[in-house]
Design a protein around this ligand. Sequence first.
Ligand code: SF4
Length: 682
Amino acid sequence: DFRHVFTPGRIGTLDLPHRIVMGAMHLGTETGDVDDLVAFYRERVEGGAGLIVTGGAAVDPFGAGGPGYAVLTRDADRRRLATLAQHIRRAGGLLALQLFHAGRYALLGEQMQPVAPSPVFSRFAGREPRAMTADDIEATLDHFVAAAEFAANAGFAAVEVMASEGYLINEFLAPATNLRDDDWGGDPERRRRFGVEVARRIRAALGPDFPLIVRISGADLVEGGTPAEDVDAFAAALVEVGVDALNVGIGWHESPVPTVQTVVPHGVWLPIARRIKAVASGRPVIAGNRVNRLDQAEACLARGDTDFVSMARPFLADPGLIAKHRAGRAVNVCIACNQACIDRSLVDEHVSCLVNPRAGWERRYPTVARDTGRGPVVVVGGGRGRVVVVGGGPAGLQAAIRLAEHGVDVELFEAAPELGGQFRLARNVPGKADYGRTIDYCAARLAELGVAVHLNSRIAPGDVAGFGDTDAIVIATGVHPRPLQIPGATLPFVLDYSAAFDAANLGRRVVIVGGGGIAVDAAHFAAAAGDASATDRFCAAYGLGPILGSPPTPEPSDISHDDIPREVTIVHRSRRLGARLGRSSRWVVLGELRHAGVQILHGAQYERIDSSGLHIVDENGHRRELPADTVVVAVGQEPNNDLVPAAAAAGLHYEVIGGARDVDGLDAVRAFAEGLAAADRL
Ligand code: SF4
C-alpha cells in the first residue's frame, strides 16, 4: 500500500503526481553530448519520476565542482541545458535546474583559486580558498539570479538552490568556515544573509509563481558547523522571502559521520527533517538520505516526517522505480555501495550503477519500453536464437536478463541451490541486507522474461558439447576462494570466506587472513553481535543523540547474527587494509571495524596454523601466535574457467565474463557491466 507516496502534491505552483522527488546527482556527462543527458533523464520520466532535480550547474566558473560541471556563464553549457529542458518538457517531465556553487569544495585546477567566505583550508579540495571580497559576493549573487532567469526562460519547471553539503552558501552559514566580521558574517543573522539574499533576489527576479526550492543543510556534522537553531532560523527566513519548498540535506564532504553508506540505517536522518518542518510554516519539506525503497518512503510520509521524499541513487538502480511500483512489479534496489555513482562522481567520472550498468549509458544500451498494460516493460528487440548462460552470479544474471530482453531464448544453469554467486555472501554483512534484494530482483526479472533457470545444476566440461544446438554459451562461472599455502591451512577450523559467511558458529576468537574488501566484510560480519538495533548502534557510535534531537524510528536488525561477543583480528600482508574499497566507503567500514573493537595487524607474514591458532611474523619482525577458534581465509580468488577449453574444443561461440574471465580488479561493478556488454555483443 503506497497510499501516501501516490498522493499528488504541490510545490508552489507546481502540481506533482506523487511524493517522490528525484534528487540531484552529478552524472559526469553534463558537459558531454546532450543526447546522453536527454536519454538519461527521459528514461526516468518514462519510468514515472515526478519532479527531477538535475545535477548541480555552477552559476559561474568559480562554482564548478570539477572540470565536468556545466557552468551557466558559458554559452555552450547554457545551450546544452536549454536543449535538455526542452526535450524533457516535451517528454512530459518536470525538471528543476540545480543552481550550484562549490565554494571551497571547488576543484578548479592550478590556474584558479577557489573562493569562500574565509580562507579556511579544505581537506576535500586539498586547498585553501581565497576570501571573497564584498564585490565578489555581489557578483556571485548576480550570477545566481542570472542562472535562475536562464532556467525559467529555458523551460525548466523549477530551480533548486544548493545551500547544503558544505558548498558555498553552507560555508557562509557555518561558524567554522565563515570567520568574517562584516555584512556577511560575525553573527548568525549576517552569516545567513548570503543564502537569504540568493533566495530573495531570485524570487524578486522571477516573480511569485516560479517554483523555487532551496536545499539546506539540516546538520553539517562538522566541528563548528551551523548550530541547529541557526539552521532553523535560516529555514524560516527562506520561507519568509518566498521559497516554495525546503529540501533537507545532511552532512559535508568533510564530515566524520557517514550519511549515505551501507552502515547508515535507513531513515536515520528523518528527525532532522521533522524539526525543520516545524519551522517551515506549512511550506513543503523534502528529505531523504538513506531512504532507498518506496516502502520506507511510504512509512516516512505516513508518519508525517516530511511532505516529499527525495530519492536519488534509487533512480540509478531502477529508472522505472515509480511506474513499476504502481504496476506491482519487481524493482531493482539501490544497495548504497556508492561504487559506480558517488565514488565516480567525486572524481568527476562518468556515473553509472553497480546493479544497473545501463545507468548513464542509455544510448549505448538502448531499450524499447513497451506498455503491456502493467506499466512499461523494457524489451530490446524481437526473438532470435538460443543462448545458454552458465553461472548465476552478477555477470551471468545480467547477461541472461539482457539477452532475454533482446528476445533471445535463454537458459541459465547455476551450480548452487540459489542465485547470486559471491554477491550473495554480502547480504549477511551489517548494513548490506539489500544485496539480497538485488538477487531477488534479478530472479524476478528472469521469471518476468521467461528465462529457464536451473539451480543445483553444475555444468562440467564434459557437458559443454551437449550445447551444440545453441547459438552461444556465456561462461560466467565466477571464482573460487584462493587457498592459503601454509602448513595447517587444511585444518577443520580453517574456513574459506565463502564457508565462513554461511557458518553456524564461528566461535569466540576469529582470525581473518587477508586485506581485501571480502576480508573487511568478513571481519564486519564476524564482529556483529549483540541485540541493539542497527539504529541504536549507529547513533551511539557517532554520538548522534544531541544532533538528531528526537530519536529516529529504529530499523529492525537486517541480519541474523548470534549474540556472542567475539574477539576478531584481521591480519594481512600489506600496509593498507581494503585498499580497493571506494573513497566514500573505505573510511566508514574501517571506522566500523574500530568501533567493533576489531584488531588490525598490517604488514604480517603468515607462517603456519596449528591447534592453537595462526602463527605470524608481525611488521616488527616478531613471531606471534594469534589464538583462534576459527581462521577465515580471504586471500584472493581464482577463476573458475574450466569450461573455456571445452567450449573452444566443441567449436561453440562463447563469451567468458566476470571472474571466470579475469580475477584482477574484479568487483561486482565490473561483473554486472560485463554481463550487459557481452549480451549486446552476442
Ligand atoms: Fe546505489 Fe550502488 Fe547503484 Fe550507486 S552504484 S546507485 S549506491 S546501487
